[in-house]
Design a binder for this molecule. Structure first.
Ligand code: FAD
Length: 351
């Protein structure tokens, strides 16, 4: 049996496009299947005020620097969407849109990629499906009892709809801090975090994070002591709006509540607070359900990898998701290197 395609890339956000760029450079026939009807991956869906935590030049995919956004040191999400749309067009990447991949199966020498637009038999697969489609909310007692509005980061758009409301923002990471800062002056805000917020130094942005992730990976690969990477520096990049709200005293954090009630929350000391809305900024999980049949799932919903290659299936590579697929692979600047490595390995595999 022959495979109909060289490589199927699943997901056409930044990671899928970076993969397409390197596959094209190496002359490897491929197709990129993306569920979205428009370019830009998850950046199309973020909240209105989101800005990158690095300047444009440090947020670039391979081959093409992201142009600066006039008047903005840190570009906004729309600028990223435009950059990705231009990138895809400039390199004539073979992206098929509006295609949802349901499953991947082993099929002799091929991997069969099943989608709502038909099947592909590929010699190798790159998965770059991100995390945005798998929002995570922790199991907290009373979650179903609460009669107010509950939403996750992925549903938050702007503070306007929360004006004057009692809002709890849950989560001490970047999304939690940024959404709390967004709401601080318009809503009656409580920012709830599991431990006191850990801000990175004000002069640290994505450039330093990329460096820290790289140093950590190199240390681990060389069998040296774990440097702790980005997590050792803190959890929250003090982007200008977060810094401004924090410095104005608008971002005090409250320790996590014990349970939800019908009208709000109960704190650990037994006292209660009312809330109109709870915004869960509690992270994401990798979108890997399409690999269920391959039985590759390891701990914490990850697939064990060596570099970008799945340990249990040498024809499969993973890009993005988190540092576990390579240093800073889930960032604009970091995925350039991991996608290059994946494409080179696949070139070797395909001979
Ligand atoms: P995505 O952008 O999510 O793209 C994945 C694509 O795959 C999507 O189009 C999706 O629809 C599609 N897909 C998913 N499942 C399937 C399927 N089964 N079949 C077909 N298609 C599928 N990084 C930075 O470098 N700088 C920043 O400032 C920065 N800020 C961030 C802020 C927030 C709030 C978040 C959440 C992340 C941020 N990141 C940042 C991290 C990262 O750059 C983004 O998460 C980015 O969107 C990841 O790109 P991706 O291509 O891996 O995934």
């Amino acid at each position: 049996m022959t495979c109909s395609t060289g490589v199927v890339v699943i997901g056409g956000g930044q990671a899928g496009l970076a993969a397409g760029y390197h596959l094209r450079r190496l002359g490897i026939e491929h197709v990129v299947l993306d569920a979205q009807v428009a370019p830009g991956g998850a950046w199309q869906h973020t909240w209105d005020s989101l800005h990158l935590f690095s300047p444009a030049a440090y947020s670039s995919l391979p081959g093409r620097l992201m142009p600066a956004q006039p008047g903005q040191t840190y570009p906004d999400a729309q600028h990223v969407v435009e950059y990705l749309a231009d990138y895809e067009k400039r390199y004539e990447l073979p992206v098929q849109r509006g295609v949802w991949v349901d499953a991947v199966h082993r099929d002799g020498p091929c991997l069969r990629v099943e989608s709502d637009a038909g099947d592909w038999r590929a010699r190798a697969v790159i998965s770059a499906t991100g995390t945005w489609t798998r929002p995570f909310i922790p199991a907290i007692p009373g979650r179903r009892e609460f009669s107010g509005r509950q939403l996750h980061t992925v549903q938050y758009k702007s503070p306007v709809e929360f004006a004057g409301q009692r809002v709890l923002v849950v989560g001490g990471g970047n999304s939690g801090a940024q959404i709390a800062a967004d709401l601080a002056s318009v809503a009656d805000l409580s920012w709830v975090t599991q431990r006191p917020p850990r801000y990175l130094a004000d002069d640290i942005d994505g450039r330093v994070l990329f460096y820290a992730a790289t140093v950590r990976r190199r240390a681990l690969d060389a069998g040296r002591t774990d440097t702790g990477g980005v997590a050792s520096l803190g959890d929250i990049v003090a982007v200008p709006p977060v810094r401004a709200a924090r410095d104005a005293g608008l971002l005090p954090a409250t320790p996590m509540f014990r349970r939800l009630t019908t009208t709000g929350v109960e704190w650990v000391d037994g006292t209660r607070a009312e809330a109109d809305a709870i915004i869960w900024c509690t992270g994401f999980r990798p979108a890997l359900a399409h690999f269920a049949a391959l039985r590759l799932r390891g701990t914490r919903g990850h697939i064990a990898t060596e570099g970008t290659r799945a340990v249990g299936e040498p024809r499969l590579h993973l890009l993005g998701y988190g540092d576990w697929t390579g240093p800073a692979s889930a960032t604009l600047i970091g995925v350039g290197r991991t996608s290059r490595d994946a494409a080179r390995e696949i070139a070797g595999l395909l001979g």
